[in-house]
Design a protein around this ligand. Structure first.
Ligand code: SF4
Ligand code: MG
Length: 315
């Protein structure tokens, strides 16, 4: 599959899908109900594209998306409507995806009414108040506007909005990376508590392995539109094999501080998606590159049950 698209929000509404080159190729994975599946990689690796495609905010040019046993790839907007309610998204920048002219209570009740998650406006308001207090926003703040809240509070509102229609599957695209380190753990803990309470499944997008370490059941590490390595949490954290995964680990800051930038120990520039390298996409930056690496793309090898690596070192 490859697709070229970017979502543009204006006042909290999706206004257009801009064409950009963020190709994704032969990305394949599955996740179970109740699972936290994380996709990790540097910016531009295509992880957000994959996340948006899974819930059909982006239409893939090929490939297949199966949800709950049903092939949803070709479904129209109308056919997707009942599923929209089940699949919700939490965005990296809640401010961009919250309508600044809408009061917080309306931000929550509007989708409830649209998706018939409440039978009356009164019921919707009541549910909204309950949800807001559950995510840590005081009910008396419900008539405020998004700009009157801090970044962390806005993300709490973003979470409440996603939950307003009682979804079962949440795609969270870097939900904490715009937040202060001290707030990140609070939001992650809230998300994990809600997952248990509401039997949710999460797809979690991150550029930082340390963020997803404690929450993931399974992970995929992406590089330039492909999956470099995937497996269980134990595989990826206990036995990381792909040189790119290892590079990401070496870039995890050991002292907690403000610098959470990933990839600082990686050599070289990330090649642009337009002039993709031949062979293994990582060969220009890989400390273990061999002759074959610049010529032939590695196949995905199952090195142990459920642990897949795309690298000639394991061929
Ligand atoms: Fe490095 Fe070669 Fe493996 Fe690519 S295939 S990650 S260049 S060793
Ligand atoms: Mg992204």
């Amino acid at each position: 599959t490859d697709f070229l698209s970017k979502l543009v929000f204006e006042r909290g509404r999706l206004v257009k899908r801009e064409r950009v080159v963020k190709a994704v190729n032969k990305v394949s994975f599955s996740m179970d109900k109740g699972e936290v599946f994380s996709i990790v990689g540097e910016s531009g690796c295509g992880k957000s594209t994959v996340a948006r495609t899974v819930i059909k905010l982006i239409e893939p040019k090929g490939g297949r998306i199966v949800y709950d046993g049903r092939d949803i790839t070709g479904l129209s907007r109308e056919e997707m409507l009942p599923l929209r309610k089940k699949m919700q998204m939490i965005f990296q920048d809640p401010y961009a995806s919250l309508n600044p002219r809408q009061r917080v209570v309306d931000i929550l009740t509007e989708p409830m009414i649209f998706h018939r998650a409440a039978s009356s406006v009164e019921e919707a308001r009541e549910k909204a108040m309950g949800l807001l207090s559950r995510v840590g926003i005081r009910p008396e703040q419900a008539s405020r506007y998004p700009h009157q809240f801090s970044g962390g509070q806005r993300q709490r509102i973003g979470i409440a909005r996603a939950l307003a229609v009682e979804p079962e599957f949440i795609v969270a695209d870097e939900p904490v990376s715009a937040l202060d380190v001290s707030i990140q753990a609070q939001i992650l803990n809230l998300m994990m508590d809600l997952k248990e309470e509401l039997s949710l499944s999460y797809m979690f997008i991150a550029h930082d392995l340390s963020v997803v370490k404690h929450i993931s059941d399974n992970l995929a590490v992406m590089y330039l539109g492909k999956i470099a390595e995937k497996g269980s949490k134990d595989h990826i954290f206990g036995n990381p094999l792909h040189p790119y995964t290892l590079a990401l680990f070496s870039a995890i800051p050991r002292i907690s501080g403000t610098s959470m930038r990933q990839g600082k120990n990686l050599e070289g520039e990330i090649p642009g998606a337009i002039d993709l390298p031949s062979g293994c996409f990582f060969h220009g930056r890989c400390p273990k590159a061999m002759d074959i690496c610049s010529k032939t793309a590695p196949d995905e090898i199952e090195v142990e049950p459920g642990h897949m690596v795309s690298c000639h070192l394991y061929g």
